[in-house]
Each structure stands twice: as structure tokens, then as C-alpha cells.
Design a protein around this ligand. Structure first.
Ligand code: AMP
Length: 282
């Protein structure tokens, strides 16, 4: 595995199909699953590790975000990464006066709770696309709105890159793997799977009852999570093409949530129909 720290050193690759997996490091099985899929589908797997300062708000966890290079390097190599791009902050974030802003799909949810977050994500992912020039890029659907934003960006800016959005890897008790899970105290960790249970409960109620609206179930789930100690930033049923609320349930309908347990912010999402049938909808 080649480790590249400077943009100028990034190798030009022609003739090979390159797959890119952007990450912020503190790698876990969710990241590694993306790298392994890239390995199956591409000739060259590139991954990036960059804790992107542009996507953190002033009171967020940028400085305490977990970082462990040597562990990450070993895990990435084990998952089949050929080129690992890990630039210093000032290599990617210079005196940048250009920002990629995706409108519409960023209006609500993470975009509303974390102003500027998706500008930071889209700007850095656009730069990674230009540096690495992959044919395919891989992202996790746990961060569903991020997928919607990047899909729109790639479409609007004519990036000739296929985006692949992959399923969420979970702990055996259902908690979605996340680098931020390391912040949870033992008692918070024990409560954390309730977030996924709440989403599954809403999806299950919908499928059991057929065409009824999910609104009442959503309100009940927010109250239930509140009783268990979560501060829910949002929990909603959305059409992931628009990232707007919906009452209709079809293949595009997802339940999305973000909630804080103590000082840890967890996010999760499930596709309503897929979560009940086990069938993967694309
Ligand atoms: P991050 O390092 O949190 O920026 O995540 C890097 C990529 O890994 C993003 O595309 C995430 O959506 C994806 N990812 C994070 N957690 C998971 C998970 N539990 N399962 C699948 N993909 C994930």
C-alpha cells in the first residue's frame, strides 16, 4: 500500500479502474466493507483519511475526533487498499475561496442542524474526485443525506464518476458502527441501539398496517427516545431523492434520525421497505 501525503505526489493512473473510498479515519468495519467492495469491483482501490475541518461546526468535535494513523494504515492495507491518501489539513484546506454548495437536498435534517456542514463535505469530496480521478466512489447509506448531496453534486457538476451507496454495517445489537461510538460511556452504549430499534419499530408498524401514515408512529418514537435519555435532533420519513418529508411509503422512503446521548451525537437511517423484507433495493 502506497501512502501519499501531498497532492503533488498523487500518482496519475491511466487505464485502470480506480475506486475511491473517502473517510475521516478511525476506521471500523463500516469503512472496511466499502474498501472490500471497491476491491471486488475495481483494479485499484484508493482511500482517503482526512478529518475535514470544513465539515465541523465551531462547537463540534473536530479537535477530539479519534485519530490513530498506524492502526488505520494496517486496517486499510488488510482491506485491500492500494493507495492511501492522507493529506495534512493545510494541504487540502488552503486559502480556499471556492465552495461547492448543493441546494435543496441540504435544506433539512443535517443541513439544518449543522449549517455549512454539507458545503464542507461537498467541497472536499469534489477536491478528492479531482485529485484521485476515480471511476467509482463508495459511500455508506448510514449517512443518507450525504449520499443524496453527493449524488446531486456529481450530477450537477458532471463528474464522470459512478457513485455507489452501500448498506450500513451494525454491531450485533443493531447500533450502526461509527467512529463516534468510541465516545459513549458504558451506560450510553447500552442505550444506543434504541435509536435503530425506534426506526425499525416505525417501519414495522407501517408495513403491518399498510397504507396508514407514519406520522403518529414517528411522534411516538421521538417521545419514547426522549424518555430513554436521547435528545432527538430530528426523526422523519423522507423521500431520499429530495430529502423532504413524505407520507407515502415506497422504495425511496427512508427513516432518518440524529439524536444525542450525553455529548455523543448518533445518526442512523433505514429504508422502510428494505428493513422489513431484507431485500436490498437500489
Ligand atoms: P466517515 O469516516 O464517518 O466520514 O465515513 C466514511 C464513509 O464510511 C462514509 O461514506 C460513511 O457513510 C461510511 N460509513 C460510516 N459508517 C458506516 C457504517 N456503519 N456502515 C457502512 N458505511 C459506513
Amino acid at each position: 500500500m502506497k501512502i501519499i501525503r501531498r497532492i503533488a505526489d498523487y500518482p496519475a493512473i491511466s487505464g485502470a479502474k480506480t475506486g475511491l473510498v473517502p473517510t475521516m479515519g478511525a476506521l471500523h468495519e463500516g469503512h472496511l466493507s466499502l474498501m472490500r467492495i471497491a476491491k471486488e469491483e475495481c483494479d485499484v482501490v484508493a482511500a482517503s483519511i482526512f478529518v475535514n475541518p470544513l465539515q465541523f461546526g465551531p462547537n463540534e468535535d473536530f479537535s477530539k475526533y479519534p485519530r490513530n494513523e498506524s492502526r488505520d494504515f494496517a486496517l486499510a492495507e488488510g482491506a485491500g487498499v492500494d493507495i492511501l491518501f492522507c493529506p495534512e489539513s493545510n494541504e487540502l484546506v488552503r486559502d480556499t475561496k471556492t465552495t461547492v454548495q448543493v441546494h435543496g437536498v441540504t435544506d433539512l435534517y443535517e443541513g439544518a442542524v449543522r449549517p455549512g456542514h454539507f458545503d464542507g463535505v461537498a467541497t472536499i469530496v469534489a477536491k478528492l474526485f479531482n485529485i484521485v480521478q476515480p471511476q467509482v466512489a463508495y459511500f455508506g447509506r448510514k449517512d443518507l443525506q450525504q449520499c443524496a448531496v453527493l449524488r446531486k453534486m456529481a450530477e450537477d457538476l458532471d463528474f464522470r464518476i459512478a457513485l455507489r451507496f452501500m448498506g450500513t454495517v451494525r454491531e450485533p445489537d443493531g447500533l450502526a458502527l461509527s467512529s463516534r461510538n468510541a465516545y459513549l460511556s458504558p451506560s450510553e452504549r447500552a442505550l444506543a441501539p434504541s435509536l435503530y430499534q425506534a426506526l425499525l419499530g416505525i417501519a414495522e408498524a407501517y408495513v403491518r398496517r399498510g397504507s396508514h401514515s407514519v406520522r403518529a408512529d414517528i411522534e411516538a418514537a421521538i417521545a419514547w427516545l426522549g424518555e430513554r435519555g436521547f435528545q432527538v435532533d430530528y426523526l422523519d420519513a423522507v423521500d431520499w431523492n429530495t430529502m423532504q418529508p413524505t407520507n407515502i411509503v415506497d422504495e425511496s422512503t427512508w427513516l432518518v434520525t440524529a439524536a444525542r446521548l450525553g455529548s455523543t451525537r448518533l445518526i442512523d437511517s433505514v429504508n422502510v421497505l428494505e428493513s422489513q423484507t431484507g431485500e436490498v433495493l437500489r
